[in-house]
Design a protein around this ligand. Structure first.
Ligand code: TXE
Length: 489
């Protein structure tokens, strides 16, 4: 069966192109899928436009839209094993992590299903004039282009699709060309749940060919993009001529700040998961460890000792604790960052190489790496490497910690470790990041907004603002007893 989903029909790419999807853990062929291009994207936009302009989805009562999202959540639960397996084969991530992700995907649909059904954002305005009915209502934005990356393929799609549908939009999804399978499976579930044809459309293919037209096209009302900073800038520039609404989530270079009065064992443990989970391919990864001077030596020693023995392996290796990188190209980029760090004076404490285990030689593995004695000007400290690379900097006091933590163009997430609640909250309030964890790292819930400050982007996903992102606000004023004004008599 072909894999592009346009106007309710499964279609092959217009020019017949195909792409091989290979598992990053061992290079085995997962499948060959249709590779869309500009013509397919245009057809998908046309289908979404027609479905928006003619309905019925945008005018379906919110309670009914919410119910459909809840049905999708049930179907996602039902198919969790096959979805998780597909996600792991495409990304190389451990099956158990994909299973967690699929639970989160279902929870996201459930949250937005309930939020949509509850309604309640519309307001009646008291104008002080009994002859007027004035209300502020919320309507769908229109045709939404949803462009998503490869690290959490279905989860990032869900964060956009669930609120977009809840608000009554139609959409074209363009997932990463590297990880298309769970998006294909989701389209089937949306159809099974009863979503009208043309409401959900899927184009597979590369960013510059299948993705770029989405930002440029006049028929698209909004682009929500999650991916790299450089591509995000391109999306923003391409969307400018048609003045589209845009939302961008562009990753981060997130500080994890550890004060000397932190709970030591917990802070060491979380410093590892913050950056080495999913081999650091997490937008909120705690890739910059900032440690207070007096704690530095023992803390870093303990982090390094544990990082050295993290078992690597493929999705179905039960002993593995983290997996491969997404591609050879991505690994080469991380290798270049580590080399640059060392050249600029960082001290390599562990990792900095591919594993020598022959069983891993066909995958894109890279050892958990710690670079100590880093400074804020180093490239490896400034740029998002998006790999298993932890840089360590020292600080003396609160002011210095805050200054170092905020010395980045990004502002997605941050962690603070201290048993002094006053200090923890003081620092949290000074950190320029969309999410701050105190004595924790990485948890999120669908009820709480997610997104970045500064060049991590703008707009919010999840939470009530995540739904509002996909709504237009309209003021409707009705004069209940119109009379001539007589102004021009
Ligand atoms: O991402 P891209 P890449 C960061 C991370 C990584 C870097 C590059 O630092 O090393 O980005 O990764 C589509 N118009 N993040 O190259 O290019 C593309 O097909 C429209 C952070 O893989 O941003 C894919 O669907 N779309 C991040 C999506 O954009 C375009 C997660 C993301 O790909 C396009 C992933 C174009 N011109 C990487 N060019 C996070 N925020 O979590 C590409 N795409």
């Amino acid at each position: 069966m072909p894999e592009l989903f346009i106007g309710g029909a499964w279609t092959a790419a217009a020019d017949g192109a195909k792409r091989e999807i290979r598992c990053p853990a061992d290079g085995t062929l997962v499948a060959t899928v249709d590779e869309g291009g500009p013509r397919d994207t245009s057809a998908a936009i046309a289908a979404a436009r027609t479905a928006f302009d003619r309905g019925p989805w945008p005018t379906t009562p919110a309670a009914e839209r919410g119910r459909l999202l809840l049905r999708v959540a049930d179907l996602l639960e039902r198919d969790k094993p096959s979805l998780a397996r597909a996600e792991s084969l495409d990304t190389g991530k451990r099956l158990v992590e994909s299973e967690f992700d699929m639970t989160d995907v279902a929870n996201c649909f459930r949250y937005f299903g309930n939020l949509t059904a509850a309604g309640g954002r519309d307001r009646i305005i008291d104008t002080g004039d009994p002859g007027v009915d004035s209300r502020v209502v919320h309507e769908p934005v229109g045709v939404c282009a949803l462009i998503t990356p490869w690290n959490y393929p279905l989860l990032q799609a869900a964060w956009k699709i669930a609120p977009a549908l809840g608000a009554g939009n139609t959409f074209v999804l363009k997932p990463s060309e590297l990880t298309p399978h769970t998006a294909i499976m989701l389209m089937r579930l949306l159809t099974e749940a009863g979503l009208p044809d043309g409401t959900a459309n899927l184009v597979l293919g590369a960013g510059p060919t299948a993705g770029a037209p989405l930002s440029e096209d006049q028929r698209v009302d909004m682009v929500s993009f999650t991916g790299g900073l450089v591509t995000g800038r391109r999306v923003m520039a391409a969307a400018a001529p048609t003045v589209k609404k845009i939302a961008l989530e562009l990753g981060g270079k997130n500080p994890n700040v550890v004060f000397a009065d932190a709970d030591y064992e917990a802070a060491v443990d979380y410093a590892l998961t913050a950056v080495f989970l999913h081999s650091g391919q997490v937008c909120s990864a705690g890739a910059r460890l900032l440690v207070q001077d007096e704690l530095h030596d023992s803390f870093v020693e303990d982090v390094v000792t544990r990082a050295r023995v993290i078992p690597l392996g493929g999705p179905f290796d039960e002993h593995a604790r983290t997996g491969p990188l997404i591609s050879a190209k991505h690994r080469a980029k991380i290798e270049a960052y580590v080399a640059a760090g060392v050249a600029e004076g960082a001290v390599l404490r562990c990792g900095g190489a591919r594993p020598d285990d022959p069983a891993l030689s066909d995958g894109f593995y890279y050892l958990p790496t710690v670079l100590d004695e880093c400074t804020p000007t180093m490239t490896v400290v400034r740029d998002e490497s998006f790999g298993p690379v932890l840089t360590v900097e020292r600080f003396r006091n609160e002011d210095e910690a805050v200054a170092l933590a905020n010395d980045t163009v990004y502002g997605l997430s941050a962690g603070v470790w201290s048993q002094d609640a006053g200090r923890a909250h003081r620092v949290a309030s000074r950190l320029r990041a969309g999410t701050v964890w105190i004595n924790d790292f990485q948890p999120y819930v669908p009820q709480a907004e997610w997104g970045g400050m500064k060049q991590s982007g703008f707009g919010r996903e999840l939470g009530p603002a995540g739904l509002a992102e996909y709504q237009e606000t309209k003021h409707v004023w009705r004069n209940l007893a119109p009379r001539p004004l007589g102004w021009f008599e």
